[in-house]
Design a protein around this ligand. Sequence first.
Ligand SMILES: [Zn+2]
Length: 169
Amino acid sequence: MIGIGYHDLKGRVVVATEDIPSGVVVCSSRIRGLAPERDRYSLQKEENVHLYIDEPGQIFSHSCDPNLAVRDNEYGAFDFVTVRPVREGDELSFHYGMSEAESVAVAACCCGTANCQGRSVGFWELTDEQQAVLVRLGVSDFLRRWYEGTSRPATERHYQPYAALQTQM
Ligand SMILES: [Zn+2]
């Protein structure tokens, strides 16, 4: 269903090896280790828990217009699920804001989509509308809880320093 390809700028990428409908789990990842702190390769699981997952999950690129969403899975890691039909040969990617409250992974995004934001942007940095779009597609349980649990005015929800957020909880 999926395989590894190569992109001039991104390096290894994950591509569809056949047409895949929407709603299909293309990868069910497992935990490979715990990251001491957020880094370019870790995925956020809880407020202070950052995971390394196995391949090919580890390889998925960021896209500002993703064809995958994330879903917490039974292994304590994430499933990656198509959110629209994907054609054979398409690169598979998710929005790193689906798992990361803040994203440090991609300083210069080359997803090439019309709504590219220029870099990978964490969930907390997105606008209300952008957050709503990602929540509808599928974000981590941690970010969904944060999104649904907030009673803060919408304008104050964006990109607050981490310490400020913690004191409000
Ligand atoms: Zn982009």
